[in-house]
Design a protein around this ligand. Structure first.
Ligand code: FNR
Length: 179
């Protein structure tokens, strides 16, 4: 493929809307762009465990980020912020200090919520964290999906207008990766 993307959902549950957004997006990608989706089920960050032979799931996540041309994070909002699951994963991925796979990595952030507000506060928090780790954020119009329950069908984002808007942002993500 022309570009290899990594999709990371900020929720672990089976029927996650965030996962459904990624699955809908993956299936709608233009030819030549592929997306692997990984869950973020990792141990809690512990600097004592953060050694070169640290947790295998963490090493695999870091490698997947390093191998990707771009990363798509789809986050829900928990109590006006990003879920701990996602923050935990970003903390793991932010290390080793100065050598994180996220440094300079193009990242697109998408938030979603069953509520009208679309998880916009979680979106902002993820952006702040990505700024801290010197990732290359895709800017411009933010992809914030409100009332997501009405837009997901059979485990996939199915709303044509939202898909089109999100695919426009994926184009920018791929362009940011130099492809
Ligand atoms: C929520 N939810 C929620 N929604 C929102 O828009 N703003 C919020 O602050 C919160 N807070 C919150 C806290 C906790 C602990 C939970 C479990 C849920 C609702 C949330 O958007 C909803 O459960 C989503 O379906 C979760 O995303 P996934 O699992 O569908 O991807």
């Amino acid at each position: 493929p022309r570009a290899k993307l990594l999709g990371l959902p900020g929720s672990l549950r089976r029927n996650s809307n965030s996962l459904a957004v990624l699955q809908g997006l993956r299936d709608a990608l233009p030819a030549g762009i592929g997306m692997e989706i990984r869950d973020l089920r990792l141990p809690l960050y512990d600097q004592d465990l953060d050694t070169p032979d640290g947790p295998a799931e963490v090493q695999a996540l870091r490698q997947a980020i390093a191998d990707a041309d771009g990363v798509v994070i789809v986050t829900p909002e928990y109590n006006y912020g990003m879920p701990g699951v996602l923050k935990n994963a970003l903390d793991w991925a932010s290390r080793p200090y100065g050598k994180s796979a996220l440094i300079g990595k193009p990242v697109l952030v998408i938030s979603n919520s069953p509520a009208f507000t679309g998880g916009v506060r979680a979106h902002q928090q993820v952006n702040d964290t990505l700024l801290a780790v010197s990732a290359k954020l895709v800017g411009g119009a933010q992809v914030v999906i409100g009332m997501v329950g009405e837009k997901v069908k059979e485990g996939k984002l199915a709303d044509e207008a939202v898909l089109k808007f999100a695919l426009g942002a994926v184009d920018k993500l791929v362009a940011a990766g130099g492809k």
